[in-house]
Structures are given as structure tokens and as C-alpha cells.
Design a protein around this ligand. Structure first.
Ligand SMILES: NC(=O)c1ccc[n+]([C@@H]2O[C@H](COP(=O)([O-])OP(=O)(O)OC[C@H]3O[C@@H](n4cnc5c(N)ncnc54)[C@H](OP(=O)(O)O)[C@@H]3O)[C@@H](O)[C@H]2O)c1
Length: 170
């Protein structure tokens, strides 16, 4: 699996169940990287999507422990074990590879699925913003390394700089 995340310098990723900031070029990149792939996320993250619905043109897998929750347009998994079974099933049935499964948040789901990820695409913004949700600090993990970083770009709307980083499991 791959994880995609936008973080501040402290690895903050969200505040009050919202993104810290919306950078339009980053959202376009997110769409490009996830279109026609399988995206995996928690029920809280789904609430942050337009109309609180699954994203179009992708296979959506939503994690919840609420067995009564059925979501139109998404596969719902009620445990990690069930998710991993579903991933194996999709790999075989749809001839998919690990890299076709993209973990897109939030904090609980990143933490739970990081051991199953081999690569993380991190959009790093250069300002610390209010946060109550965090991504694991990959710079402090001995099993992860930074392998690529783009130049810094400026986002006029939010008046901040951002850069695209790629981390890989060693
Ligand atoms: N910066 C970024 O790139 C980025 C990306 C995505 C999200 N975010 C941010 O992250 C924050 C949300 O993160 P979060 O940690 O609060 O929520 P989350 O990870 O999106 O979802 C948590 C929910 O997932 C379900 N869940 C967790 N573990 C499970 C398991 N083992 N089995 C089945 N279901 C399980 C539970 O759903 P139920 O409660 O329904 O049982 C749990 O409440 C928001 O601020 C959001 O904006 C940021």
C-alpha cells in the first residue's frame, strides 16, 4: 500500500475533523494519484469529503466499527482483518497490485495501516498550523527514509510554501 498525506512541519494533519489547509494544486495532485485506484480511509475522513460521500471514479473502502453503517458507493470494512481480506480479494479478482491501494487518512487509519505501506507521498507545508490529528513522524522511524523532495512552491491563497516528499520503507 501507499499512503498520501498533507502535513505541517510537526506532522499535524487535521484540526476539528477538517484539513488544516486546502492547497488547490495539492488537491489536484491527490486526484491524479488516486483516480481509478482503491482508496482506504476512516469514517471520520469521509465526513470531510464533499457532501460527506465517497469520492467518484475510485474504489472507496471505508473503515468503521459501526456494523449498521452501509454506504452507497463504498465497500465498508468493520475491522483491520476484514480490510486485509478485502485487499487480497481485490488483488486477485481485479488483478491489482499493492501500489493500487492508497491509504488516505485520517490519523487512526494511517497509524493502523503504516505497517502495511511501503511508500508515503507527503505534501509538506512550511508553517505549523493548529492540529489535533497527526501522522506518524517518519523522520524518527528507523525503517523509513526520505528518498525524494521537490522544490518549494508558493500557494498564494493560503500564503504558504509547500513541497512534495517521497518516503520509502527501507
Ligand atoms: N492532511 C491529510 O492529508 C489528511 C487526510 C485525511 C484526513 N485528515 C484529517 O484527519 C482527521 C481525521 O482523523 P481521525 O483519526 O479522527 O479519523 P479517521 O482515521 O478518518 O477515522 C477514524 C474512524 O475509523 C474507524 N476505525 C478506526 N479503526 C478501525 C478499525 N480497526 N476497524 C474498523 N474501523 C476503524 C472508526 O470509525 P467509527 O467511529 O465509524 O466506528 C474511527 O472512528 C481530520 O482532521 C481529517 O481532516 C487529514
Amino acid at each position: 500500500m501507499i499512503a498520501i498525506v498533507n502535513t505541517d512541519p510537526n506532522w499535524g494533519i487535521g484540526k476539528s475533523n477538517e484539513l488544516q489547509v486546502r492547497i488547490s494544486k495539492d488537491l489536484i495532485r491527490f486526484k491524479d494519484l488516486t483516480l481509478n485506484k482503491v482508496i482506504i480511509y476512516g469514517s471520520k475522513t469521509m465526513q470531510t469529503y464533499p457532501k460527506g460521500r465517497p469520492l467518484p471514479n475510485r474504489t472507496n473502502i471505508v473503515l468503521t466499527r459501526n456494523r449498521e453503517l452501509i454506504i452507497e458507493g463504498a465497500i465498508v470494512c468493520y475491522s483491520l482483518a476484514e480490510l486485509l481480506d478485502k485487499v487480497e480479494q481485490l488483488k486477485q479478482e481485479a488483478n491489482l497490485e499493492s501500489e493500487d491501494f492508497i491509504v488516505v487518512g485520517g490519523a487512526m487509519i494511517y497509524e493502523m495501516l503504516l505497517p502495511h505501506c511501503n511508500k508515503c507521498y507527503v505534501t509538506r507545508i512550511d508553517q505549523v498550523l493548529p492540529a489535533d490529528s497527526f501522522f506518524p513522524n517518519l523522520d524518527q522511524r528507523e525503517d523509513w527514509e526520505l528518498i525524494e523532495q521537490s522544490q518549494w512552491y508558493h500557494d498564494l491563497t493560503n500564503d504558504l510554501n509547500y513541497s512534495f516528499l517521497t518516503y520509502r520503507r527501507k
